[in-house]
Design a binder for this molecule. Sequence first.
Ligand SMILES: NC(=O)C1=CN([C@@H]2O[C@H](COP(=O)(O)OP(=O)(O)OC[C@H]3O[C@@H](n4cnc5c(N)ncnc54)[C@H](O)[C@@H]3O)[C@@H](O)[C@H]2O)C=CC1
Ligand SMILES: CC(C)(CO)C(=O)C(=O)O
Length: 310
Amino acid sequence: MRIVIFGAGSLGSLLGALLDSAHDVVLVGRDPHVSTTRERGLRVTGVDSFEASPASTTDGTGLDADLAVVTVKSYDTAAAARDLATGDVGAVVSLQNGLGNEETLAAGLECPIVAGTTTHGAMLSEPGVVEWTGRGAVAVGNWRVDGASDHTPQVDATDDPASRVAAAFRAASIDAESDPDIRHRLWAKLAVNAAINPITALARIRNGRVFEGPTAAYAERAAAEVARVARADGVGLDADAVAAEARAVARRTADNRSSMLQDLAAGRRTEIDAISGVVAERADEHGFEAPVNGLLAALVRGWEAGAGVR
Ligand SMILES: NC(=O)C1=CN([C@@H]2O[C@H](COP(=O)(O)OP(=O)(O)OC[C@H]3O[C@@H](n4cnc5c(N)ncnc54)[C@H](O)[C@@H]3O)[C@@H](O)[C@H]2O)C=CC1
Ligand SMILES: CC(C)(CO)C(=O)C(=O)O
């Protein structure tokens, strides 16, 4: 397959390096990472150490590919869709965090949209070098324009876009499955991010501290609010189950500085709109409030405005 990785930062570079073992990969990213990758190749360290030599470009327009893997931050999704629409892409899969990326891609592109989520961890340590911080898996599912995941029984389960994406990842030895209820997974991951990310960022604590001490009750409530909004959106999430999952992830990643804490500490824009912001807004659309998510979104957005990053 010819695969474009749109957004060759931390996650995109890791996936690009892995996929390059079985496919013809083009990274779309920014300099100096792209120019360094062209000159010296892409080095992966951490969980495994290896070198890859995918093609790379800073120009995301006019690209032809069987598949585009979108790994930009959620606030760059609309621009990614605009660039991809100028080329010819067979299908697009988003592996981003947060809610709303698939809707944005579907609004801007004619091709099939596949939703996805991953538990891999990656960090761009310097131009041309990505640290694989945690081995995980990929789950993908077909995205319908009306927002529902695709429960339609497939005549040939290997011949739908999500199954083809999962097979392409597996061909590169990436643990990947197609899940007909991908919306459930996206909302469950959203609950984890809504509980952990803004609190770690604002309180400047590592993940392991979120469910200890004064922040614990608010993390629980943030996750429970996500479950309520998910149910109003037709996705059956249980408040206790998602809070337990968020606690388990916080324990498993106890030493991590969450992506939002890293963004805030580095003075960068965060993904707050696609995490806490979207929960508060969708609750409002359904006629109730998600006050903890609303407050966390306002505080992080307030910091972003003060720092001049939004
Ligand atoms: N890093 C990780 O371990 C994981 C990240 N995610 C999610 O994946 C997404 C990406 O995260 P990261 O890789 O950490 O972010 P990142 O900021 O390291 O990478 C995104 C890259 O996209 C590039 N980019 C954005 N728009 C572009 C454009 N128009 N043209 C060319 N390059 C463009 C940026 O320059 C940046 O290098 C986020 O939604 C994140 O929440 C999900 C699971 C794990
Ligand atoms: C799961 C968690 C909270 C791990 O740090 C994460 O996804 C993030 O930091 O964005």
